[in-house]
Design a protein around this ligand. Sequence first.
Ligand code: COA
Length: 369
Amino acid sequence: MPVHTSSTSAPAAVLCGVAGWVPPRVVTNDELAERLDTDDTWIRTRTGIRCRHIAKPGQATSDLAVEAGRLALRNAGLDPAETNRGGTDPVDAVIVTTTTPDRPCPATAPAVAARLGLNGVAAFDVGAVCTGFVYGLATAAGLIASGVAARVLLIGADTYSTIVDPLDRANAIIFGDGAGAVVLRAGDEDEPGAIGHFDLGSDGTHEDLIMVAAGGSRGRSAEGEPTRAERHFAMRGNEVYRHAVTRMAASARATLTSAGWKTDDVDHFVPHQANLRILHSVADDLGLPRERCVANVDAVGNTGAASIPLALADAAARRVLRPGDRLLLTAFGGGLTWGSCLLTWPELPPPIRTHDPFVPHHTGDDTLS
Ligand code: COA
């Protein structure tokens, strides 16, 4: 497919579709408190989370990814059925970013592409834990800049309920399942929707802070059967908290500096929805009013790689994001990994709201009180 560019410079990646999808089942804090030694007040004051959506047994990450992907293609005005009618593929590549692939092998993206009617296009997974979506955006932008793809469907999808021990109160309260997707097309760097000025980083010396110990080649070469703890998601919450605030603020600042933006130029800060206290601390550190922080963590929890596109879809559906608004996206996750990028919001039809999990808003402090 020919790549559109109006100048001699490489084409920019321009956002032209967005959507989110969460499983219908809502699990409230009170419901968790029925089986775990916890309570709604503890969870709300520590994390800002009121409820999360959980996949039903048998529902895998690809199932969520297909739903979000289909809605994002529709939001972009693209029709996968076109391929079957002998037309060109609506996108040239499908990227799924996830920590919970359907299987260790193969990648989840080819099956997602096939189920979306996109069999034959490039399809692969990107893994950067909760930073996956920003890494995925950079990867998609690279495919577009190099001319390999003119349109890319990028899906962040995770089913943390499949790796978090349901009896682990420290983690079971934080995570939810969900998927969010965007469509990117080749365009010009100064048009609305253009994505640019990335900052990506990692620090693998802290890989032990967020980990599933078993299931990979390291675990398989260890002696004996893995323990229950090794088979499940483990996180050193206190240390992660401190790294998250520091790394996200530094990454956001580096990105603003490289673009020549001042903090006040940011209309909406859209961080990875780790936990409302982390989001507020980062906003405070940057000198951004908390009201500019887009958050839906109270309604969906931490959905891993899905969290930023879900937050974008939510805010777009509520028409909080207006064409021309300037956005700063910042993520942090296991690895450790972190990343940021800038985006000017384009004119888009409001994404379809398939459920009504999306109570919020820009954040105030009420959830934490
Ligand atoms: N309900 C009630 N008590 C709980 C609990 C729960 N769900 N989970 C832990 N506790 C207890 C602990 O056992 C501990 O008890 P103790 O003092 O008797 O030992 C106490 O609460 C304090 O634990 P601590 O881990 O210090 O709590 P915290 O204030 O740091 O909050 C987190 C825990 C996980 C909410 C917090 O560390 C955090 O938000 N970390 C970042 C996690 C995150 O966002 N990760 C994603 C990054 S991508």
